[in-house]
Ligand binder design. Structure first.
Ligand code: TRP
Length: 458
């Protein structure tokens, strides 16, 4: 079967950044930051990005580009006759799970875009927003149709293929997203009382750091960079021979962290502006759906048109960010189904869309009719989120680092990372050192600690 490649270097960076930048940055990151103590959490998070994120991203790029195959096929080619291809399969499964619950939240962002365009938030009070969110999330018809709509949008970009679907879409949407972010940051930090929010993001309180904060920061780093499930490995399988893997990983990580922190600068100053406390129900998954619409309304009481524009831009931003990410997860599973089962792309994509929507149904219903169904005390949605990002992604990252740090021949790895010796990679030794020791030990300890098997931190 003829395999496509991305058409340009810019396309490569924007597509990978499109995968990385998503609800993880704008929805999950502020919530995690708020729940884990602000600036101190951000510092641990950034350490995880540099120490674990960039090397593991390079590893995924390496695996994909050196094989030009889907996640499971790639491991099979690099380690024939071994069980390593199960790492790829675990990744595909994780991608499938994340896509199903992620589309539910993405569906809410689409509902909120429609509501804000229709100026529905105008004149509402704080309690109304709770009701509005309940209507959007607990009403099975609304949340299911929004989730299905989002899945179909994703589907139609993916079936168009790598170059004219994924790359083209990212090239238009990512610059639009940057512009919206900058406008929103400027608006938000110029609000009265914003300095408290800025301080919250910049003044660390290290007494807040404990084992679970570190696990959350690591989980967030993996989630946000799209690591651990072969997503960037699949994208890298469409890279050209002359793409600089190290530089690309570096650029994507910078863009991703920048957007996450900017999202903090949009959300926290605005939240502090209307005097919300960052405890209790003001921060939680509903932060951007209950707290923020109120913040938007109250921020510009003298100029309501600004409230309107702020809300419309913000929710549109979320939709775009979410869509470039759902596309990347869909692509992981689609590439896998199509190549491993020898199927044309369109058929594979339909299979993925339909099965994922089916699982997504249950996640959507876990906020309404199925809210009493609990697994280990978690709702279905929270269970999927917790297991996939705090367990499967780090385990995926751990196995990837062992695979490259210990299993593969370093000469071969170096050959690929330096594009056959044509580019200098002075940090190659450090890269291998991290994959051999730092990453496996750090991820291993944090995971064991969290599972309670080896408690070195409370
Ligand atoms: N990184 C995306 C976000 O921040 C979500 C995502 C896309 C993802 N592809 C992934 C997460 C692969 C983990 C693995 O929203």
């Amino acid at each position: 079967m003829e395999r496509e490649n991305f058409g340009s270097k810019l396309g490569v960076v924007l597509a990978a950044a499109g995968s990385a930048v998503g609800l993880g940055n704008i929805w999950r990151f502020p919530v995690e930051t708020g729940q884990n103590g602000g600036a101190a959490f951000i510092i641990v998070y950034l350490i995880c990005i540099v120490l674990l994120g960039i090397p593991i991203m390079m590893s995924e790029f390496f695996i994909g580009r050196s094989t030009h195959l889907n996640a499971a096929g790639a491991y099979r080619k690099l380690a024939p006759g071994t069980k390593w291809n199960w790492v790829g399969r675990l990744g595909v499964l994780t991608g499938f799970i994340i896509l199903s619950y992620y589309s539910v939240v993405a569906g809410w962002t689409a509902q909120y875009t429609v509501l804000s365009v229709a100026n529905y938030f105008d004149g509402k009070s704080a309690t109304d927003y709770i009701q509005i969110f309940n209507d959007c999330s607990a009403n099975p018809w609304l949340s299911i149709s929004a989730m299905l709509g989002f899945m179909l949008l994703t589907h139609f970009v993916v079936v168009r293929g790598v170059k004219s679907g994924i790359e083209k879409f990212s090239k238009v949407m990512m610059p639009a997203l940057f512009i919206i972010i900058i406008i929103l940051v400027i608006c938000s930090v110029s609000l009265p009382g914003a300095s408290k929010g800025v301080e919250y993001l910049l003044k660390p309180d290290f007494s807040k750091i404990d084992g679970s904060v570190i696990l959350s920061a690591m989980g967030q780093a993996f989630f946000s960079l799209s690591l651990g499930l072969g997503c960037l490995c699949t994208y890298a399988s469409y890279f050209d021979k002359d793409t600089n893997l190290g530089k690309t990983a570096f650029k994507v990580s910078i863009i991703d962290s920048f957007v996450a922190i900017m999202a903090g600068f949009i959300i926290f100053p605005a939240v502090f502006n209307i005097g919300y406390q960052l405890e209790g129900s003001d921060v939680g998954p509903s932060l951007i759906f209950i707290t923020l619409p109120n913040v938007f309304q109250q921020s510009f009481t003298s100029l309501p048109i600004l409230s309107y524009l702020f809300a419309v831009m913000f929710y549109f931003l979320l939709v775009v960010a979410a869509l470039t990410s759902t596309i990347s997860m869909h692509e992981v599973v689609t590439a896998y189904v199509s190549e491993e089962f020898n199927m044309i792309r369109r058929k594979a994509a339909w299979i993925v869309t339909l099965t994922c929507s089916f699982v997504g149904l249950f996640c959507a219903l876990s906020f309404g009719p199925l809210s009493n169904v609990k697994i280990f005390g978690f709702s279905l949605f929270d269970f999927f989120d917790y297991v996939s990002s705090n367990i499967f992604l780090p385990v995926g990252g751990l196995l990837i680092s062992i695979f490259i740090g210990w299993y593969l021949d370093k000469k071969y790895v170096k050959e690929e990372i330096t594009n056959g010796g044509t580019i200098r990679v002075p940090y190659f030794k450090a890269f291998i050192l991290i994959l051999r020791y730092v990453a496996p030990i750090a991820i291993g300890l944090i995971l064991l600690n969290q599972l309670g098997l080896f408690a070195f931190m409370k």
